[in-house]
Structures are given as C-alpha cells and as structure tokens.
Design a protein around this ligand. Structure first.
Ligand code: FE2
Length: 449
C-alpha cells in the first residue's frame, strides 16, 4: 500500500508527523544533563544537527519541506554544558514565499532544514533550494549569506570542504534553466567561481562528490514534475527515459570541460566520499537506490545500499559494485579525508528495515573499505540519526576518533546523545536528554576556535 493510500484509509497523519519523526512544539535550553560515562577530554565545541520541524498547525507536503530546527550539544571540560533547540528564523518560517509573482525565485527564502556546516569562521544552515543561512554556535540565526552579493542561486546542503586547500566546493540546482550551477568558495569565504553545467533537464541533485582534483555531479533520473508541483508536493518523480550520468569536472575548470560518463539508472542522495588514484581512476562510494519515487515522492522510501562507482580514464561508463546488502543512509567519513582515500565509513543501518512502519535505522555500521569487514552497534528499541566523526586530537589516525549522534530511545520516549569510540563503536559517554530530538538530517562538529 502506498503511503498516500494508507494515510487516506487510516486517516493517520503522514509518517513525518508521527512517532519520533513528529516535530517538537517548543524551544528549550537544558543544563545539568544526566551523563553516563565522561565526555572525553579534547571534545571542546558544539555539535549541531539540523532537521525539519514544522511549527504547530503546519503540515508540509513532504518530510523534506518542514521549517528547519537546530539541535545543539555544548561539550567541554569533560562534560556536557547544555542542550538547546532553536527554529532557524527564516523568511519562510515568517510566512514568505520563495516564488515571486512573476514566477522568478527569491533565493533568500527557504526552510534551511537539511545540514549545518562550518566554513571560513562562519556556520551555515543549509537547504538545497536557497541561500545559506548563517547561525551562531549558540543556535541564533544571523542572516542569509550571499558571499558579498555574488551568490544569487540555490546552494546545496552538501558542500565539500577540501582539507588540503580549505576551499568549499558546492553547486545549486533548479527546475528552470540554468538547471545546475557549480559554486567555488575560497577558504576565506570569498566567492571565486560560478559555472553553469549543461545537463539534459531539471533533476533533483541532492549531493555531489569531490576528489583532490575533480568535482563530480550526479545527473540522475529523478526529474521535475510540473503536475506534482502544482499540487504542492515534492515535485520530483523517477523517469525511465532520462539518461543517468556522472559529470566530472576538474576543480576550477570551465563547465565546457565536463566529461560525462553513464551509470545504470538509480538515485543517490548521499556520497560517503570519493578519491582518485595516480592513474586518474576515480572511486565514489555512495548510498544507492535502484529507483526512487516512481509514483512520486509521497511513497515511502525504498531501500538504499552501499555501492561503489569506479570511473576509469577514458571509459564511457562507470563500473558499479554493490558493497553490502544492508539498508543504510547518511554515510559519513572522517572529513579530514574529504576527497582523499578513506578506510572507514559509518552509517545508520536497518537491522531489519521495516518499510511499512518506517521504524528503521536502529543500528550503526562501521565499514572497513580495505578489508571489507563490517561491524554493527545495535541500539535496541531505538531510532537513530546520522553519526559524525570527530578526530580525538589534531593529527590523530583515522580510526582514532569519536562518533557523535542522537538516538531516540523508544522505551523512554526521549533521546540520548551518544559519544562512541570510532574504533569499537562502544560508548565513551551517553547524555540522557529529558525530551525528544526528532529524526532529522545532517550535523557537524564545530570546535571552539
Ligand atoms: Fe542530505
């Protein structure tokens, strides 16, 4: 049964308004947090996580369309100082529309609900339809970022910060030409380059990949659908005719230099990481759906799995290899290795994954890409979100890190913040919150500077 049919039949609200997907109704600042174990020395900063949280009385047309709320945990001196949650004070939350009367887009209006990323001394709350929104480490909203007036287009929620140059590579997409635009931002926050990438049509482009020398765009067959758009839903659906391709562009090169290679039809929201060998072979590890939203976005999500695309020099298509059979999403790596070879990836997995109830992602998997080994940390009757890797200290080895994330404890009806050792997936600390943190999207560790 489709979600739409189920909702009609049972009169239940959609899944994203139920259980731990449901929004919370208020903002809180909590101190004196109950902590099991000890917050490790060296974790000095704030963990921020973003997600949709429509205010009371508002049911968006899709989980992805709810107004953004940040959740933050301030850590330091061996303890958790506070937990806060704050709506991001966007124009959208205040009731503004992103479409002007002449049907042009106002990119300063958006829900800012997907990711939160530090760069160049700023912290940006991001959603792929609009400009970045600057926020403070205390979760206050500071205002839109247009990089000195040079950005007037959508900006992805998944920019890639190069650990070697400090540059932030990004893109934006839209349903009217230009459909895809590459943005390059300097380490100091200066907008350096804008390139319009020629694609076949308007597709949903959630993430992209970066290597030491290239950026890789995913032009995949989830295509803008005007009919759905006019009904107010998430206006994209799977197409059997749209060609699935990867566009590979040397970092900083003009758009005309983009090399296109074909892949099997699929959809990918998230790239774990990508890197390239001395001979130019590019490896991209992704969370891949065989297809997505064939009958539109109101259908539940299908299963996505860990796959590898390998693009050899001169080849017209990528080699494609499934790496695991578990359902997973939100894969992350040690971000000091963005665009460089990584050994480990970490992702929430469903064991088992229940498509009917969406009661999914109750465990965290650690993948050793070198040996193929997989270890699993189960959280019992729980629902979990993405975990973020933080190195234990400057210069620490890749496996010498912490993993930070929220897990909803269904038995208690509230959430825990876990700090796991990245090597063993065992707890260093568990901070017990007296309230729920709804299922959300992405977060970052923002160290004190
Ligand atoms: Fe995402």
């Amino acid at each position: 049964m489709t979600l739409e049919a189920e909702t009609r039949e049972t009169r239940k609200p959609p899944f994203y308004m139920r259980g731990n997907y449901a929004p919370v109704g208020d903002e809180a600042t909590l101190t004196d947090l109950k902590t099991e174990g000890r917050v490790p020395d060296g974790l000095e900063g704030v963990y921020l996580r973003n997600g949709p949280n429509p205010p009371a009385g508002k049911t968006p047309g899709h989980w992805f369309m709810g107004d953004g709320m940040l959740h933050g945990l301030k850590l330091g001196g061996g303890k958790a100082h506070w937990y806060r949650n704050r709506w991001i004070q966007t124009k959208s939350l205040a009731g503004a529309k992103s479409m002007r009367e002449d049907y042009s887009r106002d990119y300063s209006v958006g829900v800012s609900n997907t990711h939160v990323v530090p760069h160049g001394g700023n912290i940006y709350a991001l959603v792929e339809s609009s400009l970045p929104m600057r926020v403070s480490p205390e979760l206050e909203t500071l205002g839109n970022e247009d990089f000195g007036g040079k950005l007037d287009f959508a900006f992805t929620a998944h920019p890639k910060v190069c650990p070697v140059t400090g540059e932030m590579h990004a893109f934006g997409y839209g349903f009217a030409p230009p459909y895809l635009v590459y943005h390059r931002i300097g380490a100091d926050g200066t907008y350096l380059q804008r390139e319009e990438i020629a694609v076949t049509g308007p597709t949903m482009v959630h993430d992209f990949a970066m290597t030491r020398d290239h950026v890789i765009f995913m032009d995949l067959p989830v295509v803008f659908d005007l009919e759905i758009a006019l009904k107010g839903g998430m206006p994209y659906a799977f197409s059997d005719s749209y060609p699935a391709r990867l566009g590979i562009l040397k970092r900083g090169a003009p758009a005309s230099a983009t090399r296109w290679v074909s892949v099997q039809p699929c959809y990918v929201f998230h790239v774990a990481n990508a890197h390239e060998a001395a001979d130019g072979t590019i490896t991209i590890d992704v969370s891949r759906y065989d297809e997505l939203w064939r009958r539109g976005a109101k259908r539940n999500f299908d299963a996505s799995r860990l796959w590898r695309w390998t693009v050899r020099p001169g080849a017209p298509s990528a080699d494609e290899t499934p790496l695991d059979d578990l359902t997973l999403e939100f894969p992350r790596v040690d971000e000091r290795l963005n665009g460089l070879p990584h050994r480990y990836a970490y992702a929430p997995v469903g064991v088992p994954f229940d498509h009917a109830t969406e009661e999914n992602f109750s465990a965290l998997a650690r993948y050793d890409m070198k040996t193929g080994a997989r270890s699993i940390r189960r959280f019992g009757e729980a629902m979990m979100s993405e975990f973020v890797h933080v190195p234990k200290h400057a210069g620490a080895a890749e496996e010498d890190g912490w993993l930070l994330g929220f897990v909803f404890d269904a038995a208690r009806g509230s959430s825990d913040f876990h700090i796991l050792d990245a090597a063993t997936l065992e707890n260093a600390a568990r901070i017990e919150l007296p309230r729920r943190v709804p299922q959300g999207f992405h977060g970052s560790w923002c160290p004190d500077v």
